[in-house]
Design a protein around this ligand. Structure first.
Ligand SMILES: *[C@@H]1O[C@H](CO)[C@@H](O)[C@H](O)[C@H]1NC(C)=O
Ligand SMILES: *[C@@H]1O[C@H](CO)[C@@H](O)[C@H](O)[C@H]1NC(C)=O
Ligand SMILES: *[C@@H]1O[C@H](CO)[C@@H](O)[C@H](O)[C@H]1NC(C)=O
Ligand SMILES: *[C@@H]1O[C@H](CO)[C@@H](O)[C@H](O)[C@H]1NC(C)=O
Length: 480
């Protein structure tokens, strides 16, 4: 097949713009091995994922930096530096408080008893949004750190500056930093609810993502994330770990038998890694896998403690993400770990749980909007346990044809055999779409195109290689 220069240029530019970015979705949790990212040994099949990461770096940074000082309500301590959130499923019952006039919201928050309605979000809960702010910060820090790894030149420094600015605002700057405790996390409100609940510990589960970013900056030799800043964050984290290991509500969360306990260990183990205590991280995940995990998956793969919730599809996915994150942290802290083969009391593994979840119907429980939550878990299981027969690949193709543009594809390699065939051993070239991206937000739309998917993708890719090789070999071979 011969190409003219025009055809070649057109083909290369079509390929560049056709890389299928996807719009931003927060994954429940994850931990990414910094050594894998920094080795930059990414397959060509991850180009769409890289393009999405560059776009997500831009879109997640919008609105930052974030801080606990942003909230308009002061915690019961009187100190806005204290993290605060309101329990999402708790509602006021003002019927018996004997009020003769309409109560103001502020009066309701402290006067009326609050009662739980599992699965029903109280919409006023987000008037205090430290939880959303932390979530936004963690996503921005994570994706901008990955963008820093991919980028070159001036844009590289700009990603690094964003990450450092956001981390300082949340954790370190005197005027805006969070105190290292969750004493007012998920307050139930009302006369007896002016204290945090153990469930509030869940609010900081994304410390696993933040830790991935810190390790990448640290091991990647970031000049902006100085050793002074790193030491300050380590000191902050050590104080917070002490709170996580000693506060009554934190210990209660560690003992929660369902996803809350699983996520507690995501956080604790990640933080131990952050403070360079890999043995402590391993000990934390060991505790999880030898206790809570043992009763979380039945022989069939069902997660009985999540099945009883009002949104069983969501909770099966959610706890899977947390189990996977614990396993990833353990493998990082101790590469010799056999955690992925660890069986529960009934002989199930994480893979058994995923296989069961594949058979759940989200629509049957009115949860169609949660269907995408399972996809990152499918990719993780496929990458770890293999995908003989292509079951996981087929599931993702069916559910989200553009899934190769999902960032999780980058760190769940090798994936299915057909996609993995694009694996190369060099770093992405400067002409790769990812490294050319401005990092500006393009994520409001859905997938740009499906055209890099399937067999069509490999033939276009092949043509481009022919084209580029031909240009490199010299014009003598070409008809212009
Ligand atoms: C008490 O306050 C609640 C909430 O504002 C209101 O719905 C209710 O009607 C009030 N009750 C009385 C008796 O005024
Ligand atoms: C290991 O974990 C257990 C249970 O969480 C804890 O009691 C113990 O102190 C930990 N040991 C080390 C060395 O971190
Ligand atoms: C599980 O154990 C078997 C046998 O030791 C091993 O071959 C396999 O790689 C392990 N699987 C995972 C996912 O670690
Ligand atoms: C992507 O592929 C699906 C299924 O093949 C198709 O329905 C959809 O229109 C395609 N989207 C784009 C943007 O091409």
């Amino acid at each position: 097949m011969r190409f003219t220069l025009i055809q070649c240029t057109t083909l290369v530019s079509v390929i560049s713009t056709a890389v299928a970015q996807v719009s931003f979705t927060a994954y429940a949790n994850d931990f990414v091995d910094p050594d894998y990212i920094l080795a930059k040994n990414f397959g060509a099949n991850t180009q769409a994922a890289q393009a999405s990461i560059m776009a997500w770096a831009g879109s997640t940074a919008v609105g930052g930096p974030w801080s606990v000082m942003d909230k308009n309500v002061t915690p019961p301590s009187g100190n806005k530096h204290d993290y605060m959130s309101w329990a999402p499923y708790w509602w006021p019952d003002c019927s018996k408080v004997g009020n003769t006039t309409e109560l103001t919201p502020e009066q309701i928050w402290v006067t009326c008893p609050y009662v739980s309605r599992d699965g029903q979000f109280n919409p006023d809960g987000r008037l205090v949004n430290d939880v959303g702010a932390f979530q936004s910060m963690s996503e921005a820090v994570f994706y901008n750190t990955l963008a820093w790894v991919f980028a070159t030149g001036d844009s590289k420094t700009s990603y690094e500056n964003i990450v450092v600015k956001f981390l300082k605002a949340w954790f370190l700057d005197d005027a805006t930093k969070m105190n290292p405790n969750l004493a007012y996390g998920q307050m139930q409100r009302g006369p007896t609810g002016q204290v945090g609940s153990h469930t509030g510990v869940l609010d900081l589960k994304a410390m696993a993502k933040v830790t991935s970013a810190i390790l990448i900056l640290r091991k990647g030799g970031s000049t902006q994330w100085t050793s002074d800043l790193d030491n300050q964050l380590i000191a902050w984290t050590k104080e917070y770990i002490t709170w996580l290991e000693t506060a009554e509500i934190a210990i209660e969360e560690a003992l929660a038998t369902n996803n809350h306990g699983t996520f507690y260990y995501n956080q604790l183990a990640a933080l131990k890694v952050l403070v360079n205590d890999n043995a402590g991280a391993k000990n934390a995940t060991n505790t999880y896998f030898n206790t809570l995990y043992m009763n979380q998956i039945t022989a069939s793969g069902e997660q009985p403690l999540e099945a009883v919730r009002t949104r069983p599809y969501h909770y099966h996915s959610y706890n899977l993400a947390a189990m996977i994150t614990n396993a990833r942290i353990e493998k990082y802290a101790d590469p010799s770990s056999t955690v992925w083969n660890k069986t529960t009391a009934e002989g199930a593994t994480i893979k058994t749980a995923l296989d069961f979840a594949l058979g759940l119907s989200a629509s049957a429980t009115g949860e169609s909007k949660y269907v995408e939550e399972l996809y990152p878990n499918v990719a993780a299981v496929a990458a770890v346990y293999g995908d003989a027969g292509g079951k996981y690949d087929a599931f993702l193709k069916q559910g989200e044809p553009g899934f190769m543009g999902e960032p999780y594809i980058l760190w769940n390699q090798p994936f299915a055999l057909d996609e993995a065939s694009g694996r190369v051993t060099s770093t992405p070239s400067s002409s790769s779409p990812a490294t050319k991206s401005s990092g500006k937000s393009t994520s409001t739309g859905k997938a740009v195109s499906n055209s890099t998917q399937g067999s069509g993708a490999s033939s276009i890719r092949a043509s481009v290689w022919v084209c580029i090789s031909a240009l490199t070999l010299g014009a003598g071979f070409l008809v212009f």
